[in-house]
Design a protein around this ligand. Sequence first.
Ligand code: LCS
Length: 396
Amino acid sequence: MSTKVNPNWRFATLTCHGSGGCDPTTGALVQPIYQTSTFAFKNTEHGAALFAGEVSGYIYSRLGNPTVAALEKEIAFLEKGEMGLAFSSGMAAISAVIFAFCKSGDNYVVTSPVYGGTHALGLKVIPRFNIEHRERPCYDLSAIENAIDEKTKFILIETPANPTVRLADISALVEMAKRYSILTVVDNTFATPFLQNPLELGADLVVHSATKYIGGHGDVVAGLVVGRKELIDELKLILHEVGGAMSPFSAYLLLRGLKTLAVRMERHCFNAMKVAQFLSYHPKVKEVWYPGLTCHPEHELAKRQMHDFGGMVAFVLKGGREEGKIFLDNLQLATNAVSLGDCDTLIVHPASTTHSSYTEQELFEMGMDPGLVRVSVGIEDYHDIIDDFAQAFHKI
Ligand code: LCS
């Protein structure tokens, strides 16, 4: 990391150089891994002062760790927010947001579709605390507004949405939330700060499953949140007392991943467009969902809200779920696995895996064909991805 940062540098330069500074103890350019659970006090008085918050410093790695703090600084820098906070997973980050801002009797509104884990958390766990999760279609502003009442604390916006890649209008939802004096929280996992900066559009918090594009190499499970200090302080209380802290090694891997975020995202976007175009002309394909295609219902919004269209593509085969199964089982390059944002192409059938917490009726209500196949297009040579798809289509 360079010690000087020019604010006029473009995103790719900023990801490489980071927010400036190096390890204060050694000058190491790459953030060292402080693999320790605890930190020695200078004396009893120092320990008491640290606990009382009278002096700053590290106490215990659930409460803070230098490697993790370096990552929190970087993600806040790239998301253009005041502070970042790291969690052990994206779900730990999302659940902390709910517990930080809702109490018994409150509710929050969620744009639908949403990652199946967020849906399951809202339907199976959150109601035990008498908190209500209200899912409404991401493209239906009046349905979202009608779900807001005096007990609503925030709107959770996942855009582009997992798995159909539909979009929600962040600016319109921010404007709506401000009218009701509630918060907006954007799950920026699919887009990353390379493609959109929700905080610049007025959102209060950004959350990430950093497991995905931020890490980028499929070797870490992690979550991140960015926002104003007063909101991050509320989240810290939950993180510190409930747990769900990120490990120093995960933070190191994510810092490493961030350095190549821009180049990886450029290639993901380029390849995804090629794959989406190939699929849209294929005679065995019924529908393709990719924000970069003019037929996508939110294509115009995508052009306005995002710098490019992302690496995620979804499609439905004419032969539905049965043909989808044959297709998936015959792929050689693409791996049939959950998760996304890795260097290599991953492909999955959401209705039976990532979104199996949705009933058939719920899938129907959110306009998702049960046969939908989701592709996390990797950074391989796109010709090889397309050739692999072509040979698997031949097996149907
Ligand atoms: N938000 C989004 C948009 C996600 O896609 C996921 C995970 C999460 C939050 C949760 O993050 P985690 O706790 O896993 O870090 N999505 C997954 C998926 O589509 N397949 O496997 C996990």
